[in-house]
Design a protein around this ligand. Sequence first.
Ligand code: GLV
Ligand code: MN
Ligand code: MN
Length: 415
Amino acid sequence: MNIDLLRPDESRILADFAALSAYTADSHPGWTRQVLSEPYLDSRAWIRRTMTDAGLDVRTDAAGNIIGTLAGTRGGTALATGSHTDTVMGGGRFDGVIGVLGAIETVRRLGETNTRLEHDLHVIDFLGEEPNDYGVSCVGSRSIVGAMQPAFFDNLNGVGDSLGHALEKAGLSPSRMLDNQWVRGQLSGFVELHIEQGPVLERTGTQIGVVTSIAGIERVIATFLGRADHAGTASMQDRRDALAAAAEAILAVEQIGCTGIDSVATVGTLEVEPGAMNVVPSLVRMWTEMRSPSAEWLGTARLQVLDQITALAERRGIRVDLQWLSDQDPVPTAVAVQDVIATAADTLGYGWRALPSGAGHDAAHMAVLAPTGMIFVPSVDGRSHCPEEWTDITDIAAGVHALATTLLSLDRTTA
Ligand code: GLV
Ligand code: MN
Ligand code: MN
């Protein structure tokens, strides 16, 4: 077939972005649609409706994933695509969203051009890809691949509520989420379209990124337990300041992050108690993560964080507890799928380059089920997880076009 026929309708994509971005909390500048929040739960009805209107047969699974299926001509194994529509607090409109809206537009174009796939195609809006207040990311995709661990449901947020309880309040059953695993072999390929969230494509004037690997992530909450004292009368020698210890730890984490290729380490947030200007801080919870394409670097960094934080806390007479949260190994994408994406870009006349992903993605989990690939499109100034996040519509359309062509090619060439 003439693949140019699958070119997406830009005005329709823009209208979808506008409609979905209206579901936001106004608590922060930018867009805030965090998993299980009211705007997020409201937006899911819009997603289901939009999938149905596009011609998909829609269901919501035990993990709250919205799955729209386009029946193929021969049944058997399926292909899948999709991403997420939750955002970070004060985030942008494109992270994850492009992969869901782009997949829906692809389904519309397949219908309008009477292009029947042989495989069933699942379009998935995965529940809660961003790390939630309980320190667990990719809740929906973990559930699909059987990587949700019972212990995750006991993780607490800053006010002592558990993830399990929060999911139950949203009508989801943790035990059913643990029993939601797809059978291996039922999927013959997964492709996720996403914004790059970094500067490489824009700087090099490249329209399409062919992702080679997805960074591994280690997450930990370090809790420093010092002693509350009067900030005017406790001498500098006598105090056990949990926040001063955390400050030292933040710089240690930053230094560790500087030691690897394409590796990073971040302290993203602190909770400080009692939280008054005239009281020496007695407790700090420090949320920390390390990322790398190298499993070896991550293993070493984890030990360094443990050693250095333990040592500095001891020196200061402070107790420290480390709670390791969900981790994720680095995941290479399938070379065969990379090749299909690159060939699609060549055929469509879009420049492409291979690059690793420093961000985490649902694709990293789906990769255990089927050969998996990712398509990146440029992010203006490399910005993401902030209100300034932006991708031009021509680049979005190129990514959607590459997605449609990749899926069609996989359909025709995959068992
Ligand atoms: C998801 O956006 C992540 O990489 O944290
Ligand atoms: Mn994302
Ligand atoms: Mn994100």
